[in-house]
Design a protein around this ligand. Sequence first.
Ligand SMILES: N[C@@H](CCC(=O)N[C@@H](CS)C(=O)NCC(=O)O)C(=O)O
Length: 221
Amino acid sequence: MFILATTEREYPWGTLRSTNASKVKVILEEKGVPYKVDRLHPGDLWKKPESILEKHPLGKVPYLETDEGAIYDSTVINEYLEDRFSSPVLRPEKPAALARMRMLENFGDEAILVGDLPKIWMPMWSGPEKRDADAMQAGRDALRDRSFGYLEQQLEEGGYLCGEFTLADAPYMAMAMVLEVDGMSLDGYPLLESYLERLRSRPSYKAISPATSLDDSAGRE
Ligand SMILES: N[C@@H](CCC(=O)N[C@@H](CS)C(=O)NCC(=O)O)C(=O)O
């Protein structure tokens, strides 16, 4: 049984989860791989105890404990799962299509999960009275300016980023989760809005949904 190290906590306004670990969780779910969640204390991501550094040299989540050792970095883990569990196929074969899938996945990581989304998401881990509303709005503006137009161009009606659901969609599942909590407007981006709804309607989304309790999202047999 694989063990996914992550940070997740329940708050009155929903279950909050690590975005990068959510990327991995949805791929474990999509592939039907049995796993258990190991929830680390969020403070340990800053304290970086030896027990975490042994598994991830940067002391981050996610890392996945497997029968072949610990694997870290959400993109690397998802590619490992794809290599190891071939069904369903979540990656195109042809080199150019595969490169496009990886570029879109990388854009989701760099521009969104590491780039602008934390400006909205990190404050949510504290109570509303501690949040800087202007800084959060700056995060929403940056997200819209840098990413929404580009994604709108990449999408086609009714599909996923690469036609079928692939590894490229995993970071956008995490964005769908954050924006479900935040509720920011997607006016002017109809393809993106319907794409995020499509992601939220996949069964795998339940494992990262803000509406799912910790007890109901602790892994799968
Ligand atoms: N490239 C890494 C990024 C992982 C990452 O930054 N995770 C956050 C939680 S979502 C974290 O551990 N932050 C603590 C830190 O940056 O030290 C991945 O995709 O797994």
